[in-house]
Design a protein around this ligand. Structure first.
Ligand SMILES: C[S@@+](CC[C@H](N)C(=O)[O-])C[C@H]1O[C@@H](n2cnc3c(N)ncnc32)[C@H](O)[C@@H]1O
Length: 260
């Protein structure tokens, strides 16, 4: 990993550790979403190449890995955040599935993971937490844990559209718990090559009639199609395609490439 890049990943690790506790509020239908994505992955990518082993290299709280494991695949998950991984282990235990979880930055996959996989997944716009200067290095690391002809799958928000629209606000969710309401939204700040997701969680306690909040601000670099495809090519992938999944929201693009 390039020396200059190191400190931003320490910051990402710290921020995603903080976010782990609140992650369920960002995506209240995350269980159903991952169930549907796993089914679509199964029919459109995994079955056609007769995949057996899968790595989700930004697995977060592990729900996609768990769904894929339930479908009979041998699955591993890795992530830069230990807190996310702790939740992933709990979720896998609750689901009664066997998923192996490993702490690793994408940029260190080649050092931390010896096994090889048929498919490596990087989902949830996670590639935008890689500095664009390191896209190629990230894809080389992914390639290092893929079998020959293995597939790399990356989903990313359509950032060409994001910089056209530059939305300032996005409402994410409103979750009603037993005695609390949780409202979650982003307020965005734009800089040259990234936007900051100022992520607000507002808690309203109905019993005590009190409001509290938590703010976590995480940068997301813009990932443009041309840069991502160039990085795929330089890292030695072929048959690079942009595809769409019915189970993903319309503003999410999926890129797949095959390891030569
Ligand atoms: C938005 S979350 C997506 C999590 C999960 N894939 C999902 O779809 O719910 C981004 C995840 O990527 C992880 N992440 C960010 N940068 C990373 C890096 N350089 N290497 C590995 N994981 C990283 C974060 O810790 C977090 O769990």
């Amino acid at each position: 990993m390039k020396f200059l890049n190191k400190s931003i990943y320490k910051t990402f690790e710290y921020l995603f550790d903080e976010l782990a506790e609140y992650y369920q509020f960002l995506y209240p239908n995350i269980g159903e979403l991952n169930f549907n994505i796993a089914k679509e992955l199964d029919s459109k990518i995994l079955k056609p190449i007769k995949a057996r082993k899968i790595l989700d290299c930004t697995c977060g709280i592990g729900l996609l890995a768990i769904e894929l494991s339930k479908l009979g695949y041998e699955v591993a998950g890795s992530d830069i955040s230990n807190r996310m991984l702790e939740n992933a282990v709990d979720n896998a235990n609750k689901a009664g599935t066997k998923v192996k979880f490993v702490h690793s930055n994408i940029l260190n996959l080649s050092k931390n993971i010896e096994e090889k996989f048929d498919v490596v997944i990087c989902k949830g716009n996670s590639f935008s937490n890689i500095n664009p200067e390191a896209f190629e290095e990230a894809l080389e690391n992914i390639s290092s844990v893929l079998n020959k002809n293995g597939i790399c799958y990356i989903d990313i928000r359509n950032h060409e559209e994001v910089i056209k629209q530059k939305p300032l606000f996005e409402h994410r969710s409103h979750v009603r718990l037993n005695s609390k309401d949780v409202v979650c939204f982003y307020i965005f700040d734009y800089k040259e090559n990234l936007r900051t997701y100022n992520t607000f969680f507002v808690f309203y306690d109905r019993k005590t009639n009190t409001i509290s909040h938590k703010l976590i601000s995480i940068d997301g670099f813009f990932v443009f199609k041309k840069d991502l495809i160039r990085a795929f090519e330089k890292a030695g992938f072929k048959d690079i395609k942009k595809i769409k999944f019915d189970s993903e929201s319309k503003d999410v693009d999926i890129y797949v490439g095959k390891k030569i």
